[in-house]
Write a new protein. Structure first.
Length: 409
């Protein structure tokens, strides 16, 4: 991990973004600037400090040498109780909006910076964004409202592009529609699990010039049966020779310890005409470009035992716009949202054991964790825990990443 220098790409400064959030507090008794408190939280999380009390300790531990750079005007940082009051009164929707603007600015900067050699963007053709929900278990057990969050993660970069609270997990579909309205969809491929494979979601993505790759399970029984028939019993659909000839295939084999996993992805345009209405508004699945089947065969090298499973999906990408290999990669990498975000928040930042329940504080903390993780990814970190220890030892680099100072100062 190359973390000896600050970010080299000209990206929007978090200082400028967070400074746009208006302070809700009255002037009387206000001891610390709001932007300084938010930057303190970000800096502390970059250094691996997890909770509100730990954030307060970061300021006490590192002292006034760094506080001025964060924007504090006093030699002492806020206490845990002060941070709690500030976070409980913060407009979390506005905070999420500002952080989403910053993330989109990062994506734009990475696209336009000619000298940037970041592996995440090399030869990137499909800009896939994974959307999935996560419950804040500790906060939910304590009765916190809106303790289930729906997040959108840029698969390759590992940067959260948007996040929204869900009143109840059964309302994740409605929250998805709201989240999509806040995303810049042109040029992006939205990936999601079967719960979010819904007509109105597909329609919104297509209307806003985005693309989709969505898993199909038994919550869409007719669609699933038709896709299964395309690949397993095409005679039942009376497909023409041209429709049968549209199938394309890619095979991939990986080895993990004693397991050999083979994946075969098959794509077909056979259902395009069947699901197309007389006008685009009448399409059963708007923008349908291909249907997909992935067959996974897992072999135990020691016993020789094999298990096989099949899964299905739909995508708006036509064969001319995406190869089977690209679709397989986007489908597999959807689960980066678990590995690069949810797992890190749970394990490295101990999120599921946090019992904060007051107001929207659980979401505020999750949003700040997302930002810290995204910054560490941009700095080249692959092991977030290791990166946090690195920045804890060199806090000037953490402040440089936030845009508070230059590393050589």
């Amino acid at each position: 991990m190359n973390t000896s220098v600050p970010v080299k790409v000209e990206v929007p400064s978090l200082v400028e973004i967070l400074a746009d959030i208006p302070d809700f507090r009255k002037t009387r008794g206000k001891r610390h600037p709001l932007v300084a408190v938010l930057l303190l939280a970000c800096a502390a999380m970059l250094c691996g400090y997890r909770s509100q009390s730990a954030i307060a300790e970061w300021g006490h531990n590192y002292g006034s040498q760094w506080l001025w750079q964060l924007g504090f005007t006093r030699p002492k940082t806020p206490s845990q109780s002060t941070i709690h009051r500030i976070f409980s009164g913060l407009d979390v929707a506005l905070l999420e909006t500002k952080l989403a603007q910053w993330a989109q600015g990062v994506i734009t900067a990475l696209r336009t910076e000619p000298q940037v050699q970041i592996a995440h963007l090399e030869a990137l053709e499909l800009e896939a964004v994974a959307i999935d929900g996560k419950s804040l278990r500790g906060s939910r057990k304590q009765g916190a409202a809106n303790a289930h969050l729906l997040s959108a993660l840029h698969q390759r970069i590992g940067l959260v592009l948007g996040q929204i609270a869900v009143d109840d997990k059964t309302n994740e579909i409605t929250a998805m529609l709201e989240l999509l309205t806040n995303l810049v969809l042109p040029g992006k491929l939205i990936t999601a699990d079967a719960l979010l494979t819904q007509h109105k979601i597909v329609e919104m993505i297509v209307e806003n010039k985005g693309d989709y790759l969505l898993v199909v399970k038994d919550n869409q029984p007719l669609l699933r049966a038709d896709i299964e028939a395309v690949f397993e019993a095409p005679h039942l659909l009376e497909l023409t020779p041209q429709e049968l000839a549209s199938e394309r295939t890619v095979r991939e084999v990986t080895i993990h310890g004693r397991r050999i996993e083979e994946r075969v992805l098959r794509t077909s345009t056979a259902l395009n005409e069947c699901y197309r209405g007389s006008t685009p508004d009448d399409d059963l699945w708007p923008g349908l470009g291909q249907v997909l089947q992935i067959k996974r065969t897992i072999t135990d090298k020691q016993t020789g035992r094999t298990t096989t499973e099949r899964a299905y999906a739909i995508t708006s990408l036509s064969p001319q716009r995406a190869t089977p290999a690209q679709l397989l990669a986007a489908w597999r990498e959807h689960w980066h949202i678990e590995n690069k975000l949810h797992w890190v928040r749970d394990v490295t930042f101990d999120e599921d054991r946090s019992t904060v329940r007051c107001g929207r504080i659980p979401q505020v903390m999750a949003a700040l964790r997302n930002t810290a993780i995204g910054l560490l990814r941009l700095l080249g970190a692959t092991n977030i825990a290791k990166a946090c220890r690195f920045y804890a030892a060199q806090p000037q680099l953490a402040l440089a990443a936030l845009g508070c100072l230059f590393a050589n100062e």
